[in-house]
Ligand binder design. Sequence first.
Ligand code: IMP
Ligand code: MG
Length: 371
Amino acid sequence: MSIIQLHDKYFKTYITKDKIALATKQLVKEVAKDCKKETPIFIGILNGSFMFVADFVRKYKYNCEVSFVKLASYEGTNSTGKIKQLVGLNQDLEGRTVVILEDIIDTGNTLQEIYEIFKDKKVKQLKIATLFFKPDVFKKELPIDYIGISIPDKFIVGYGLDYDGLGRNYANIYQLIPKPKVKYILLFGPPGVGKGTQADLLKEKYNLVHISTGDVFRSHMRRETKLGILAKSFIDKGNLVPDDVTIKMLKSVMKKVPHSNGIIFDGFPRTINQAIALDKFLEENGETIGGMITIEVPTNLLISRLLERGKTSGRVEDQDENKILVRFNEYFTKTEELKEYYRAQGKYFGIDGVGEISDITERLSEVFDKL
Ligand code: IMP
Ligand code: MG
């Protein structure tokens, strides 16, 4: 699942492009059964239907013509009830079989207008096909010949459908959701376990901000700030930076994070004191940690991974097996007890970190979706 934001509203994945393709295929089959002996004119109702029409006619393997009319009734997420015809028909339809292709039928106001428009066109027959239909909202006594997918009264976007102009370009359908609560997720695991790689993938997928204390420290060290020089004296030996320094730095970073659905912390907290300080800090803002996820990989695998990374990353602490062992020791003695801290709050999740990067992302996503 992923969440998108359009203007002021949030949407989550609802109907995948595969399900849409399946429903379209079924609609094509039904329409073809009735119309293949003649050359029907498929008329798409713009704007919403453009994607559906394109996919529909590509799957329709018999002679057909394609045209469009442009109607509009919606403002924001509400039907206004007044239909405006913005682009009309300029074609003689007398004696022809016309099949209307609609993206969605909601109240039926637009459908009524369609029946109105075609009333005096002397068509042989007028059929209505709609990809989506909201039976709970439909108020009319008008026939709909072909229905792809019936949905509850939910506002949806994607696959041609918009919210105030945005969202038409998505291949999947998304449904409106309340503004998601900001998520705070702690990503754990010994050095070299792939926290940075996974955090980068997950922040894209869930629109999160990734705060890596290691990266923040390294940036301070590169710029040789006071904090950087202090931090360097600990990090170079493979030791943890003292809590008060780390917490101060983190608070200042969190004040500057851009708008997002949440924050992934990687490398923080490292001690119970830091965890308590973070809880207190979030609580002051009425927020809380969503979960602590540990990526688990056997130690012997990690040592070789780290030495490999040390060859190119320039990180001094990755180039010496002894320093790596000091960090593992730090991790397992100090950080492991954090598991217990979060387990006691029902917020601990462990996932298997051996395998393809994408598999691990998938395992992490399963946890993220629950939080
Ligand atoms: P109706 O006239 O109320 O049946 O609404 C038809 C038109 O409203 C559709 O062609 C869409 O343009 C728009 N519409 C209805 N429901 C939705 C929705 O859930 N998302 C986006 N547009 C919608
Ligand atoms: Mg429409």
